[in-house]
Design a protein around this ligand. Structure first.
Ligand SMILES: Nc1ncnc2c1ncn2[C@@H]1O[C@H](COP(=O)(O)OP(=O)(O)OP(=O)(O)O)[C@@H](O)[C@H]1O
Length: 873
């Protein structure tokens, strides 16, 4: 038969291009589908069509293997010419390509058919062309067989393409029908107002609606999906929650790329934009890495040349000094005592920069989060999140200094072994590389689950330990030491078992990969021995390959390890990321100005607030504290008194109305300037475990020791402190546990006095102080609050009878207001509170009697009688 010109050449090219085009399309389409979160439809899980596709694909692979066997027969036959290289390559590549597609079909119960149909269509086009060109050269039985095999493949690929196309059409029809049948039911439960906005705040988990419950398939392999929450029933609650948040974030992002973009919050922490020294170190590391790529090839190549020279001059007495010297020098440069020492030294400042930067940024972020977040937080979890997030310190280094050079090394290796031997050596390398990465990816997905359990077990262990140590007193009160030890031992057992499972998964995966690597090394060396023995390569090439193989295995091992490392880093840093993405609900408004306090008038204007929208906490609260006035908040417990102070501090924002200081809405001033103007004595003051002096100075960092002592005198604690063995240098224990409740409160009062604030807030400031000391402190308070607007929350009513304005708060509303006398005259809730307290609080009876004597009788209060004396008179 007459062949058109160039038919042979076209066939040769097709033998390379056709299978490569199929695998390229398959890889790109699968990656894109994963990145764009394309999900297989429910119908695509139909086992029937998948089974058809698997069977046909098996037949297709059988034809490729058969073709390979024919070539081997041809190669060993003395009667026919051996097959050309492109044909052998074609048989190998086609087997490998369709083998990969088969693996994809076997692994995924639900298929993204378009990925496969596209691949089969490209394969079909290539096969049709090959069949046509092959048909032109039917001369021998062998070539007839080849043509028949090509034609069979065309038929099989046509069947596959049609099966896939039918599946796609069926899916389309089903989804159109579904859209007609169902009205989407969007659920958007956005609870909470004025609360820290976590990235998962609006998560709608557990919804049964198709719109909201659709699982995100990261790959079309649902069974192994890392985010498939339900499949992992043993998983601890925190990790499930974390995964839910991850999944929600992924759904919201729309694709993997956007999801990963969230990690950009870490870039400023990792990139030393302003540190010239660290930048210089980075430059040195990059230089060393570039030099390293060259040296990886130059060292084995120099050894090969040395071997060749030796082989030539062996026994002659001539020593190849030059080659020996070059090899020695290059070997030294390429060692840990050479350029890699410089790299290690230059890397240290880069790592330290990232460590410091992540730690301080995360810490600042946590400290800046609003009260609702801190009320909910678990300190142990938070510290662990920052600790594990520190793994990110290696991320910049890892991506730039490991992943980049690793891929470069692989490309160099493919080219270099090809130039040393031939394409078969490159194919061996490719086969080991892909098998190694495939096994690595499979074992990673298993071991990552074990790793998560291991992390959770580690967190649980330290959480239980922390809780017990922090609550030592409670444990002792209830004599629960044995119970706590048992609880801790259980967590240790869980930790051990999680660790065991994790390491088993890890070691099994590693040894499977090592085995693949060993097989690859032996195959490559066997081929090298064969080529040298055939005289198709000099002896030096064998030695070069042996020396170079280390540089080949390194990056191959790293590809898989990198997948593990990156996924590990992402898992470990997810917690920190969630934290960093949590926004404080209370932040400075864009045009916030500094608060300027002139008179110190504070007004609440129709304030509405609730912690939870289902239960209002404050309702239409309005009052004005005039400049320098003392406003007391009294009323039943849980009425909302402390909440009023919290709103003034802007721990939360009001839901309605406004709070103004000297006419400035507190939402429009900077948080720093607002909080700087307050001096607060909280209900339960807590101290740092440092000296008393330092604790009190915390209120005003530049205060002198004498000022501190003066404040303590005013708070009636100075004499007491002087009796302590170490006086002001005494340490107070964690949160101030070494002080009595009354001492603690007086230290807190001393702090407030030292601060000399413009507005004073006292929240049950004297609840734990005896009557005698209280009298002293009241004097101090009067001094502190003179000319300062002061808010006092008090249960002990005797402490606030001097107030200029008393607000009785009940069930979130101000039910009465006025001075002590005015309220007594009203004879309402305030009087009821007094009566209740007098019957309970013996200490106040004397005072009550005094009041009663002055007013003739307390029991028979004449609400119209204005005779109650003003305390200041
Ligand atoms: N962080 C919070 N989250 C949800 N509800 C809260 C929170 N803090 C307080 N509450 C609720 O708000 C209501 C008012 O609490 P608040 O502490 O203001 O009362 P109070 O009058 O100061 O009480 P007490 O006199 O006992 O200190 C209570 O029902 C309380 O349970």
């Amino acid at each position: 038969m007459l062949k058109p010109q160039g038919a042979d050449r076209t066939l040769q090219v097709l033998h390379y291009v056709a299978p490569l085009a199929v695998i390229a399309y398959f890889t790109v389409a699968k990656t894109a589908a994963a990145c764009l979160l394309q999900r297989p439809s429910k119908r695509s899980g139909s086992p029937h069509k998948r089974h058809v596709a698997v069977s046909v694909l098996l037949l297709l692979i059988a034809t490729c293997v058969a073709q390979g066997i024919i070539y081997i027969r041809q190669a060993v036959s003395a009667f026919v010419p051996p097959p050309s290289e492109d044909r052998c390559i074609y048989a190998l590549l086609a087997t490998f390509t369709y083998g990969s597609l088969l693996l994809g079909l076997l692994e995924n119960k639900k298929l993204l058919w378009h990925v496969y149909v596209g691949s089969w269509l490209i394969g079909l086009t290539g096969e049709v062309a090959c069949t046509a060109l092959q048909a032109l050269e039917i001369e021998t039985t062998y070539s007839s067989l080849q043509t028949a095999l090509h034609a069979t493949r065309c038929l099989l690929l046509l069947i596959l393409t049609l099966t896939g196309a039918i599946s796609i059409l069926a899916d389309r029809q089903a989804s159109v029908k579904k859209q007609d049948d169902y009205e989407p039911l969007l659920i958007n439960a956005n609870h909470g107002n004025g609360h820290a906005v976590s990235p998962s705040a609006n998560a709608d988990y557990g919804a049964t609606n198709g719109t909201t419950s659709a699982k995100v398939a990261v790959d079309d392999d649902n069974s192994d999906d890392d985010f498939d929450v339900d499949s992992d029933s043993e998983e601890p609650a925190q990790d499930k929650e974390l995964k839910k948040q991850q999944r929600k974030r992924l759904e919201d992002s729309g694709n993997w790329l956007n999801y990963l973009l969230d990690f950009k919050v870490f870039i400023p922490m990792l990139w030393p934009s302003r540190d010239r020294f660290v930048q210089a170190c980075l430059a040195v590391v990059i230089l060393v890495l570039v030099a390293g790529r060259f040296l990886n090839v130059l060292v084995p190549s120099a050894l090969g040349k040395l071997t060749n020279q030796l082989a030539e001059s062996a026994g002659g007495g001539a020593v190849p000094w030059h080659q020996l010297g070059v090899w020695m020098l290059l070997s030294w440069l390429n060692s840990s005592a050479g350029i890699y020492l410089v790299k290690s030294l230059a890397e240290l400042p880069v790592q330290q920069f990232a460590f410091k930067s992540i730690g301080s940024t995360a810490f600042r972020h946590i400290m800046g989060l609003s009260m609702d977040f801190h009320n909910e937080k678990n300190s142990g979890e938070l510290i662990r999140a920052v600790d594990q997030g520190q793994n990110l310190q290696g991320l910049l280094e890892f991506m730039a200094f490991q992943v980049g050079p690793m891929f470069l090394d692989l490309i160099i290796a493919f080219v270099y072994v090809y130039t040393l031997f031939d394409i078969y050596m490159t194919l061996i390398l490719l086969a080991i590389g892909l098998s190694y990465v495939y096994i690595g990816a499979k074992t990673t997905s298993w071991s990552i689950k074990q790793r998560r359990r291991f992390n959770t077990a580690l967190r649980n262990e330290s959480k239980v330990q922390n809780e017990a140590i922090n609550n030592w007193q409670t444990v002792s009160h209830f004599n629960r030491s044995a119970y706590e030890v048992d609880r801790y031992r259980t967590t240790l057992d869980e930790f051990n078992s999680a660790e065991w499972r994790y390491y088993v998964a890890y070691y099994m995966g590693s040894s499977a990969q090592s085995f693949v690597m060993l097989v690859g090394r032996l195959a490559a060396h066997a081929l090298a021995v064969y080529r040298v023995s055939q005289g198709r390569a000099p002896l030096g090439h064998f030695v070069t390959l042996t020396a170079y193989w280390r540089s080949v295995e390194g990056p191959l091992a790293q590809v898989s390890w990198s997948i593990r490392r990156v996924s590990q880093m992402l898992t470990d840093s997810e917690r920190l990321l969630q934290l960093m993405l949590t926004q404080s609900s209370i932040t400075d408004a864009p045009n916030a100005t500094e608060l300027v306090i002139k008179a110190g008038e504070v007004s609440f204007n129709h304030v509405e607030f609730s912690y939870d929208p289902r239960k209002p906490t404050l309702k239409d609260v309005s009052f004005t504290a005039k400049s320098g006035q003392t406003v007391a908040l009294v009323g039943e417990t849980g009425g909302g008194k402390s909440t009023i102070l919290k709103l003034l501090y802007r721990y939360y924002d009001v839901n309605g109305g406004s709070i103004c200081i000297d006419g400035q809405d507190i939402r429009h001033v900077t948080l720093d300037s607002l909080r700087e103007s307050f001096g607060m004595v909280p209900q339960d003051p807590s101290l740092f475990n440092v000296s008393l002096m330092d604790n009190i100075k915390y209120a005003r960092l530049d205060a002198t020791d004498e000022e501190v002592k003066e404040a303590c005198r005013a708070a009636a604690i100075h004499d007491k402190i002087e009796t302590f063995p170490d006086s002001y240098a005494s340490k107070v224990g964690e949160r101030g546990v070494k002080l009595s409740g009354g001492e603690l409160q007086r230290v807190a009062i001393a702090r407030a006095i030292l601060r000399q604030p413009q507005i004073v807030l006292l929240d049950e400031a004297t609840s734990m102080i005896d009557a005698e000391t209280e009298a002293l402190i009241q004097k101090a308070f009067r001094r502190l609050s003179a000319d300062r607007t002061t808010f006092v929350v008090a249960h002990r009513l005797s402490t606030i009878q001097h107030a200029d304005l008393i607000l009785v708060v009940s069930d979130g509303k101000i039910v009465e207001r006025g001075t002590h006398e005015e309220l007594f005259r009203q004879g309402g809730k305030y009087v009821a509170l007094w009566s209740k307290q007098l019957s309970k609080d013996v200490k106040d009876v004397g005072q009550a009697l005094q009041v009663a004597r002055e007013d003739e009788t307390l029991v028979e209060i004449d609400t119209e009688d204005p005779g109650l004396p003003h305390p200041r008179d």
